[in-house]
Design a protein around this ligand. Sequence first.
Ligand code: XIL
Length: 362
Amino acid sequence: MNNKYSTNKIYIQQLILVLILAMGCSSSTDANEDTDELGFVGLKTLADHPVGVAIQARHLDSSQRTDLITGVFDRISAEYEMKPVPIWTGPDSYNWAASDALVDFAGSNGMTVHGHTLAWHQTTPSWLAGFSGDDTAFEAVVEDYISTVMQRYAGRVVSWDVVNEAFADASGQLRNSIYRQRMGDDYIAKLFEMARTADPNALLFYNDYGTIWDANKRNAMFAMIDDLQARGVPIDGVGLQMHITYDFPTMDAIIATMDAIAERGLLVHISELDVRINALGDLTAFTRERGELQAERIRDVVAAYNQLPAEQQFGITMWGLADSDSWLINFWGNPEWPLLFNDRFNPKLAYEGFVEALEAAQ
Ligand code: XIL
């Protein structure tokens, strides 16, 4: 390669960077035809791994949203509508309206779908919690649910969180969910086996929060994973929900947990990323200063993720599109601005942080 070529290359790279950094403005860039209408470069065009967003079927009514979703991201998770409560209305009855709408939308826009989630103690249909059959019958209805959902979407939902949040905070004990009560301590292995049988091509994940900063929970999760792997129970990856704040936890802790997953040969999914900037409730309005800290945080997390071996990068999923959509506002009760877009659907500094990290990895 001659010097002139490399100088030109550096110049072009710098030019692209300047265009990207200007993306908060309305100017459009020709860097990628797909995203030309957006006026800025979509994350999917810059990333070597999928970039996802959690959405709800009602969001599909707004073309302002759908243009943004399809222009920026190439994967979706259902924020709510692919959990058992909304789908599994009775032992033999299902409501597919919202989940079908999401899966169809993804398919017609060339996006993949990550299924979330097959079993979670927070979304147990009340009829299942009060199931009157014996434990064998309970296991059979659960198996039937897993095969019904996974086979309906086989080839379209390419990965699933099989079990969500199995371990309790601080103690790291298995939560005493209905699945554990009815199927025993080995219920996680049973659910993964059922999922593999239902759709052998789907990638199967264990998903949780707190496994970065809660030592007992982390140890319990890795002990469970090591046990599954030792017994040949199928598991392909781990989701780190990554509901974090701008200053907690440390990057070292985040990196150590991601590395521990990768060392086991598993895929790493940052599955529900959002970054709180008002955890202490000291803000009544978004501030530029906190926005910059949030941008740094996003950049650092994405940069750390990009250090993982390429074959173990399953992708990064944002848990919502625009700030006021975020579940965190109701969950914690503080004003909050945890996502990449503001409520006018303009990219925030946090978006620039994401872009910077992707650019640096190229
Ligand atoms: C939340 C959704 O954002 C809310 O809309 C819903 O009401 C409750 O669930 N961990 C998870 C997600 O795995 O499913 C949760 O999503 C957020 C915490």
